[in-house]
Design a protein around this ligand. Structure first.
Ligand SMILES: [Ca+2]
Ligand SMILES: [Ca+2]
Ligand SMILES: [Ca+2]
Length: 216
């Protein structure tokens, strides 16, 4: 019995030593798998469908905040980071389902960054034309500095998701060569709202004053 436990411990140790990204689990076109892996988490989503007009371009040094997400980009060669809403008219074929979405393009020295208002451990989104001709990368800013390389053979919509055992606050998408793509239907771990945290704080202060008035 004791011997069995020892073997199991040794096997686990070997596994964690050989895996390149032991803490990052990816789900490529596996939405059921992602849903199972995140079943214990509260999730948020963003489909950009509240946009009725194209958003201002944030491709080169600008940013766009939507709820608890901030999108920012450094694109030197083109201006292709905005929410395409209203009469969707850009990049034929990059559209998903006739709803607002984010068209993007990153060159070798460019990036698209998603910044969350707090720590998250899970993220997924639909991508169209992503990494169809070259490799694009997701880089998380967690302490493990995880990188997920993604390559697809065909121009098609793919769902890319990952769960990390090390919380992260940003996802940076870069590419080995200039790569146009689009993104929609983001799903990510919910971030506690500051208002509810402030409310908890006020409750504490309230309790303090109630206790004080009772003491008088
Ligand atoms: Ca949409
Ligand atoms: Ca448009
Ligand atoms: Ca592409």
């Amino acid at each position: 019995m004791k011997k069995h436990t020892l073997y199991t411990a040794t096997a686990l140790l070997l596994l964690s030593c050989t895996a390149t990204h032991a803490g990052l689990t990816s789900f490529i076109n596996d939405e059921p798998g992602f849903a199972t892996a995140t079943a214990a988490l509260t999730m948020s989503s963003q489909n950009f469908n509240s946009f009725t007009e194209d958003s201002a371009n944030f491709g080169n040094g600008g940013s766009l905040t939507i709820g608890d997400l901030t999108l920012s980009g450094t694109v030197t060669s083109t201006t292709r980071n905005f929410i395409d809403a209203g009469t969707i008219n850009s990049y034929a074929g990059f559209d998903f389902d006739g709803t607002p979405f984010l068209p993007s393009q990153v060159g070798t020295s460019d990036s698209l960054t998603i910044t969350f208002a707090g720590d998250v451990t899970a993220f997924s989104a639909d991508f169209n034309f992503f990494a169809d001709l070259r490799t694009s990368y997701f880089t998380l800013n967690n302490t493990a500095n995880d990188t997920l390389d993604v390559y697809f053979n065909a121009n098609e919509i793919n769902n890319i998701g990952f769960v990390s055992d090390t919380p992260f606050t940003t996802i940076t998408i870069t590419s080995s060569a200039t790569d146009g793509f689009s993104m929609d239907n983001l799903t990510y771990q919910a971030i506690p709202e500051p208002s509810s945290m402030a409310l908890a704080g006020l409750t504490c202060i309230g309790a303090f004053f109630i206790r004080r008035s009772f003491k008088r």
